[in-house]
Design a binder for this molecule. Structure first.
Ligand SMILES: Nc1ncnc2c1ncn2[C@@H]1O[C@H](COP(=O)(O)OP(=O)(O)OP(=O)(O)O)[C@@H](O)[C@H]1O
Length: 426
């Protein structure tokens, strides 16, 4: 494919990077797009697999038809068949109407089955049938339905293990894998790491109207050497953290070191990732790293809550306070001065803190009165508690949108779903 065509695609989808493996993946996607062949995108979590099926659909003869992206790992086992293949009224409790399912509504279009390795074995059999014959039977129905859907699926590198353990059908794997597309891990993308950092730094600067962060040469070489177990998602997350939390806009190696795990840890994570089914643990490590980083903010958060509580008592301005509690409980608890006031609700004036639309200063003394020093036990917050609170906050902040919440936490959708289940937050 011509270089200019490739650049057009990158511009259109906001894809950054020039490494050979990424260019090859895009090249294959564009070549296979006009056909009806199934495509299997393989790559570690966070490498950017989701862009590929969009590129394929938009450049195929199906581009005016429907496109759906479905995360197979996030749909409960009990409802996945009905979600995919539809159901007839009365076939189970709650089936109050007939439903066509994704295979019905996406007829003539494209379905992206993300985390296909998570499909229950019975659903795999139905999927294989529809792939081979275009036929399926909705849940509770007797009549065979026909559909013409192009399938693009994605999986992390662990699908082979799932096959060897009998959790994934080998025949389905080969059927899906007509055209494999490998997405390279970030650690193998060389200079692209710096380009991606610049992209995310620029996006943050524009979004929050603040000065862009810039990397020093030694900081660049640290980024290039780091193993990036969470790939592009992790890089994006770290760039966002630095953009918000660092008051210094020229990011040196020392500043950067505070935000990325130390060498031994990263090397260890990279070793774990290679060939072993440990992505779950890796994500956990990343999440814990973020949680540890945030732990330092918990006390600031308590102080802010105490201040807001005092305001509430003094002014009975419940609505104003609620707005501010919301903002003060967001992940970015300490708002640095380089962020414009437009993005938060507090202003510092002459040593006291004012709330917008409110003219009474809260002094340090008043806060000291209200602020109760946490006990040792409280201080020693259990990691699980922090993790649970983080999940709740991310979900609340994103109005229950799990995808956005997972993105914000820098973890995959599946990890989020597992945690939601684990903590009974359903
Ligand atoms: N080359 C790229 N240029 C710009 N942004 C990218 C690129 N690759 C990935 N991203 C961004 O990185 C984030 C993670 O990508 P994405 O969700 O596609 O990963 P994934 O491989 O599907 O992860 P998972 O398997 O965990 O679902 C997204 O915000 C995406 O926009």
């Amino acid at each position: 494919m011509k270089e200019s065509e490739l650049q057009n695609i990158k511009q259109r989808y906001n894809i950054v990077g020039n490494c050979e493996a990424l260019n090859h993946a895009l090249d294959v996607a564009l070549q296979v797009a006009p056909t009806d062949l199934s495509v299997l995108i393989i790559g570690e979590s966070g490498v950017g697999k989701e862009i590929i099926p969009k590129v394929i659909h938009d450049n195929s003869p199906r581009k005016r038809e429907k496109y759906f992206a479905i995360n197979c790992g996030s749909i409960p086992e009990g409802t996945i068949d009905s979600e995919l293949f539809g159901h007839v009224k009365g076939s189970f409790t709650g089936a109050i109407n007939d439903s066509p399912g994704y295979f019905g509504v996406a007829d003539k279009g494209t379905l992206f089955l993300d985390e296909v390795g998570e499909l229950p074995i019975a659903t795999q059999a139905r999927l294989l049938r529809v792939l081979e014959t275009g036929e399926y039977i909705p849940v509770g129905a007797t009549k065979v339905m026909k559909t013409d859907v192009r399938i693009v699926a994605a999986t992390n590198v662990n699908i082979r293990k799932a096959i060897s353990e009998g959790r994934f059908r080998e025949d389905l794997y080969y059927r899906l894998n007509s055209i494999p597309i490998q997405m390279p891990p970030l650690r193998d993308r060389g200079e692209d790491i710096i380009l991606l950092f610049r992209l995310f730094a620029m996006q943050m600067a524009e979004k929050y109207r603040m000065e862009k962060i810039v990397l020093s040469e030694d900081a660049k070489s640290i980024l290039m050497r780091y193993k990036w177990p969470g790939n592009v998602r992790q890089l994006k997350n770290i760039t966002e953290q630095i953009s918000i939390l660092s008051t210094e806009r020229n990011i040196s190696a020392q500043i950067l070191a505070k935000f990325i795990p130390q060498d031994t840890e990263s090397t260890q994570l990279a070793t774990i990732q290679q060939g072993k089914d440990r992505s779950f643990e890796n994500e956990r490590e990343i999440l814990y790293k973020i949680l540890f980083d945030l732990k330092g903010n918990v006390n600031d958060l308590r102080r802010e809550m105490a201040m807001l509580k005092k305001q509430l008592e003094e002014n009975q301005a419940a609505k104003i306070i609620n707005d501010n509690i919301e903002s003060s409980t967001s992940i970015q608890t300490t708002i640095p001065q380089h962020i414009q006031p437009a993005v938060h609700h507090t202003e510092i004036q002459q040593g006291g803190m004012y709330l917008h639309r409110h003219d009474k200063p809260i002094t340090e003394d008043a806060v000291a009165e209200e602020y109760v020093e946490p006990t040792k036990e409280q201080e020693n917050l259990n990691l699980n508690d922090i993790e649970k609170q983080m999940l709740i906050k991310a979900l609340e902040k994103n109005n229950g949108n799990r995808k956005k919440a997972a993105n914000e936490l820098g973890i995959s959708d599946r990890t989020l779903y597992r945690r939601i289940k684990q903590y009974g937050l359903e």
